[in-house]
Design a protein. Structure first.
Length: 499
């Protein structure tokens, strides 16, 4: 029989043990005190490994020994958790009928509700989203009806519908809309923010993705913590926040040093920050471990050139394990056969190309689609603001603080203005966009936003203004706006002129 210390050690190392050893361990410890708690713990660890390893399941050809371990371990459970674990096991075996059958039984015996408190969004995420993810066709409809007569926290059924869209829709706009609708009901839900952050990341909306990931911290449901920090590092890089980029990649690497791309990306972040010695250390470690060689080897050459170690660069290229980019080869060939002394790193020119770091693919089956005309307008304005191009007769910058990005920011009351921008004089601008004519309610909506910001952010700015941008405003709307000195209106036009 195992001691408590040995049990703890075994459980901690479960991911690295074989399926056969796990089952042998369970057989030998059937009579151990609190054996059922031990089995459930093993099931939970196995399930956590499974659900965080796969972002989307393909049960038609799923082959994983941890899944085998989980399925076998569930047969040792005799507590009320039995039917829930049996349901998950049946799901992994692609047994749809019994998956729902066991979930219904688990519900009937009160596994999801003790009748004293509502079944929460967090509980829904742990019991359903994390283990079942994309499900099979119609799965989330089955879960919706399964839970509909339970006492539920507000937003659970909305999230049930949104999960189906998140995993099965190819329209990123529909995914955003479904998840944002849930946040309007439950603005503090971290799992919804996590899902929305993943979708924004896949869309390339770096500001939105980073802000949500900052709010989540390490309280993840679908992502490993190292993945979250990797995504933050990538997003910070896109936002040109190099100090934050370095910190995020360092954290990701500390959590999971085996991540092939992380150390290379960290090295490249150091390179951009002109911390060349640290960059070289990262790339040499990558090359030593044959990690992300396509990029790390080229980045190594790039950094050697930056510090004028031309001789070392030439020597490395002779034995390089991968092909070196032509632009780098040309620079090395043209350089003298020596290592120069650098007196001022600030005069070193960065050598850029588009293939220096590797992005982490968070695959939930989403494909990018075209936006509606209002989204095109929002994208255009956001791009101008982020690029420093004056808009609305002012040079603005997108509002950005830790955990907040000024695009589709959701207020605590569940409402969301289109854009938040600020100027260098300490003023905040709440920008509301409308794609078509009319919209007389745009004024009331904007004033409502201003009132919220006055009450919640009023001490942070000199002034808070509203800007409405639309096409063909009505005279009634114009009259309302012109009477309020805090609100301005702009009309956009798209025209095509033959020259």
């Amino acid at each position: 029989m195992y001691t408590q210390v040995e049990l703890s050690s075994y459980i901690d190392d479960l991911e690295n043990l074989s399926y056969e050893n796990t089952i042998e361990f369970l057989e030998k410890n059937k009579k151990t005190e609190n054996f059922q708690a031990l089995v459930e713990h093993i099931c939970n660890i196995s399930l956590d490994i499974i659900q965080r390893t796969f972002y989307k399941y393909d049960l038609s050809n799923e082959q994983n020994t941890v899944i085998d371990t989980f399925v076998k371990a569930t047969k040792y459970i005799t507590t009320e958790a039995l039917y829930y674990y049996k349901a998950v096991a049946c799901y992994f075996k692609n047994d749809r009928k019994n998956t729902i059958k066991y979930l219904k039984t688990a519900k009937d015996i009160g596994f999801f509700s003790d009748n004293k408190s509502d079944f929460t969004i967090d509980e829904f995420a742990l019991c359903f989203i994390a283990p079942f993810k994309n499900g099979y066709p119609g799965f989330w409809d089955d879960i919706y009806y399964l839970l509909s007569d339970l006492p539920l926290e507000k937003g659970v059924l909305d999230l049930c519908k949104a999960v189906d869209v998140f995993y099965n829709s190819e329209d990123t706009l529909s995914i955003n809309s479904a998840l944002i609708n849930v946040l309007t009901v439950s603005p503090e839900s971290l799992v919804v923010k996590e899902m929305l952050a993943i979708n924004y990341y896949n869309e390339g909306k770096w500001g939105n993705a980073v802000a949500l990931l900052e709010q989540i911290g390490e309280k993840t449901t679908l992502l490993f913590s190292d993945d979250l920090y990797f995504m933050l590092g990538w997003g910070y890089g896109k936002l040109k926040e190099t100090v934050n980029e370095i910190a995020a990649y360092k954290k990701s690497y500390e959590i999971y040093p085996e991540g092939n791309s992380t150390l290379n990306n960290l090295g490249y972040a150091y390179y951009k920050a002109k911390q060349y010695n640290k960059a070289i250390e990262c790339f040499e470690e990558c090359i030593k471990n044959k990690a992300d060689l396509k990029y790390s080897a080229n980045n190594y050459v790039r950094t050697l050139l930056a510090v004028h170690r031309y001789k070392d660069a030439k020597q490395f290229i002779k034995n390089s394990p991968v092909k070196i980019y032509k632009n780098l080869l040309d620079k090395v060939t043209a350089a003298p056969n020596s290592n120069a002394q650098i007196k001022n790193d600030k005069n070193i020119e960065l050598l850029e190309d588009h293939y220096t770091i590797c992005e982490k693919d968070i695959n939930i089956g989403v494909k990018k689609q075209q936006f509606t005309s209002e989204k095109i307008l929002e994208d255009e304005l956001a791009l101008r603001i982020e690029s420093g191009i004056p808009v609305f007769s002012k040079k603005l910058k997108m509002y950005r603080r830790n955990g907040i990005y000024g695009r589709q920011y959701i207020l605590s009351n569940g409402k969301r203005p289109d854009l938040l921008a600020e100027d260098d004089e300490g003023n905040l601008y709440v920008i509301e966009l409308k794609k078509d004519s009319g919209y007389d309610d745009a004024y009331e909506q904007t004033v409502d936003y201003l009132n919220w910001f006055d009450a919640n952010w009023g001490n942070s700015f000199n002034n808070i203004y509203g800007i409405i941008c639309l096409n063909n405003p009505t005279s009634d709307l114009l009259n309302k706006i012109h009477k309020n000195k805090r609100v301005r209106v702009f009309e956009y036009q798209i025209s095509y002129t033959e020259l």
